[in-house]
Design a protein around this ligand. Structure first.
Ligand SMILES: NC(=O)c1ccc[n+]([C@@H]2O[C@H](COP(=O)([O-])OP(=O)(O)OC[C@H]3O[C@@H](n4cnc5c(N)ncnc54)[C@H](O)[C@@H]3O)[C@@H](O)[C@H]2O)c1
Length: 356
């Protein structure tokens, strides 16, 4: 079995590789990443990429078809992965998350790959807090990031057939400790604030709904997508991934963190503009199709793990919202230092290419 995981050097990638390594010890696992966040590690004990057999430093926009021949499964995680980056780099977001993903799927199909797994997002439901949204509900993407996911799903669907299984996993917002932690995700942000300064500052009025999922449970869902039977769900499947118990309002997440980290002060910004991105999601379909791959981690355990992970790092990032654990901050620094061009390609690479 040969598995390609793109975007493996990000936040979720290391747990996906670990999961595949455990499920298929004999598999050849290939990582591919442009490496924006390669240096944003939380541990100096291990480089997560030691768990892959081959690591490519490559732009997903430039994968040659020949590289895909002989692969069984592709997991497409590579992306400009949140709204702040998507707002700043709108066209790149559409290029990487949408156009490159569809081109990759087309090349994969031509190359005879059987399985294409796409990391989509529940953020495509946008403003949807009245009732939990199902896969049949109308989509309402509010940002370039969310639109990139909607467009990709739309264009992936017609490619699927019995020989080319496509699964679009509409993930809840990720949380949990990782070798390449992100602190620009709501729960991780709250735990970092609590650990670093005993303060949680909610940037909205605290009312928005967000379904959450631990990254280990995301990896479990990706593992399932590889083996799911197309008799149930079809050759193309878009499915919400998370669990009904994990539909939280942002202020409840802050209170949950405060109940675990002693002496934490929670402040809600009463003057904040309402955050339009608020959605409740139904995970019934995922429960029916993947009974043996349901999320297993709970909120408390996730908060404890994050707290412990940050404490182990001796994390005292009072100014963590301006640290290397914020994806947009890293891209901005790379741009300011002239290392990335406006399309977020490495300037060294493009110079080399220009020189032929
Ligand atoms: N984190 C979440 O809450 C969440 C929720 C739903 C879906 N997802 C999706 O899961 C995937 C992974 O998310 P993450 O949180 O690990 O994000 P991340 O930003 O930590 O990782 C994304 C990785 O993709 C790589 N990448 C970006 N552009 C690339 C390119 N042109 N070529 C090759 N590699 C490139 C980056 O270097 C990075 O290592 C993304 O597709 C994201 O949209 C994430």
């Amino acid at each position: 079995m040969r598995i390609l995981v793109t975007g493996n050097m990000g936040y979720i990638g290391p747990s996906v590789v670990k999961k595949f390594r455990a499920s298929y010890p004999e598999a050849t696992i290939i990582g591919l990443d442009i490496g924006y966040f390669a240096h944003c590690l939380t541990t100096d004990n291990i480089l997560p990429e030691c768990r892959v057999d081959v690591q490519y430093f490559m732009d997903v926009r430039r994968i040659p078809r020949e590289m895909l021949v002989g692969l069984d499964t592709i997991v497409q995680l590579a992306a400009i992965s949140n709204d702040p980056m998507g707002n700043q780099y709108e066209e790149v977001t559409l290029d990487v998350n949408y156009r490159a993903s569809v081109v990759l799927a087309k090349k994969a199909k031509e190359a005879g790959v059987g399985n294409f797994i796409y990391a989509s997002s529940c953020s495509m439901y946008g403003a949807a807090e009245d009732i939990p949204r199902t896969e049949q509900s109308a989509l309402n993407p509010l940002t370039a990031y969310a639109k990139s996911k909607v467009f990709t799903e739309r264009d992936l669907e017609p490619l699927a057939d019995p020989g080319f299984k496509v699964t679009s996993l509409r993930f809840s917002t990720a949380c949990g400790m990782s070798d390449r932690l992100r602190l620009d995700l709501v729960l991780n942000d709250f735990v970092a604030g609590a650990v670093a300064s005993k303060k949680i500052t909610i940037l909205s009025d605290g009312t928005p709904w967000r379904p959450l999922i631990n990254i280990e449970d995301m990896a479990r869902a990706i593992d399932w997508a590889g083996i799911r039977d197309i008799k149930e769900g079809g050759a193309f499947l878009a499915v919400n991934v998370g669990s009904d118990d994990w539909n939280y309002q942002v202020r409840d997440l802050a209170e949950a963190v405060a109940s675990i980290v002693p002496g934490v002060d929670v402040s809600i910004n009463k003057d904040a503009q309402p955050d339009k991105r608020s959605y409740r999601v139904s995970f019934n379909l995922f429960k029916t199709l993947a009974p043996n791959h349901q999320p297993q981690l709970d909120l408390k355990t996730t908060i404890y793990d994050l707290k412990e992970g940050l404490e182990k790092m001796q994390y005292d990032g009072q100014n963590f919202r301006n640290s290397k654990y914020m994806r947009l901050k890293v891209l901005t620094d790379l741009r300011n230092n002239g290392l990335l061009n406006e399309t977020l390609e490495w300037t060294d690479h493009s110079n080399i290419r220009r020189r032929g």
